[in-house]
Design a protein around this ligand. Structure first.
Ligand code: ADP
Ligand code: MG
Length: 183
């Protein structure tokens, strides 16, 4: 008998496109971001498109070093809460302690988008609630997915970055390590 639910092929695992933001402003920031990407892949999250690295001015709490930020497009068969748990596990594995919100951290990993999902639980909000107010998220996202348009957004990632209210400085970072240029 034919199913009424024909929209999805249940023989194929559901692999949503997810977007992850990375940030670091403690220690060797570039090495921290690269290590985090390696660990992300070890959790079975398949990185399809990494952004360049961006050097960014702190937002919110200003008395701290500038950050390196990046964004990734990836696919995963992890559910959203499992993906958050994986990112949290990587943060603790790397020894990141976060004294307070927006404060200094060795590594911060946030879920920006999980396919078209809208999630609002006490531990997880997706789309990330502050992402459209942050150049350090919008710049790398607009680079890797300029046409991305979440159903709750008023425009594409590139348009939202162009209209961003955030005045803080974001610039592409060129790695001092020539053998591993930022990419
Ligand atoms: P910050 O907001 O400065 O990144 P943390 O990384 O310490 O702070 O995160 C604080 C909490 O934010 C986490 O415990 C997590 O449960 C929650 N959280 C809610 N939505 C998200 C999301 N989309 N991605 C990552 N963490 C999230
Ligand atoms: Mg975080």
């Amino acid at each position: 008998m034919r199913s009424f639910v024909a929209a999805r092929d249940y023989n194929k695992p559901f692999m949503p496109k997810v977007y992850i933001a990375l940030g670091s402003n403690v220690g060797d920031r570039e090495a921290n971001l690269r290590r985090a990407v390696q660990l992300i892949e070890q959790y079975g999250i398949v990185v399809a498109r990494p952004s360049s690295l961006y050097e960014t001015e702190p937002v919110g709490y200003l008395d701290q070093s500038w950050f390196l930020n990046a964004a990734l497009e990836a696919t995963t068969d992890l559910a959203a809460d499992q993906l958050l748990a994986a990112l949290r596990a990587i943060e603790s594995q790397m020894g990141s302690s976060k004294p307070f919100r927006n404060g200094p951290r060795l590594i911060d990993l946030d879920i920006l988008l999980y396919g078209d999902a809208v999630i609002d639980t006490p531990t997880l909000q997706v789309p990330h609630p502050r992402m459209l107010q942050r150049n350090f998220v919008l710049a790398p996202l607009a680079e890797i997915a300029p046409q991305l348009h979440h159903p709750s957004w008023s425009g594409t990632a590139a348009e939202l970055y162009a209209k961003s209210p955030d005045r803080s400085v974001v610039r592409k970072y060129s790695s001092p390590n020539k053998e591993h240029p930022s990419s």
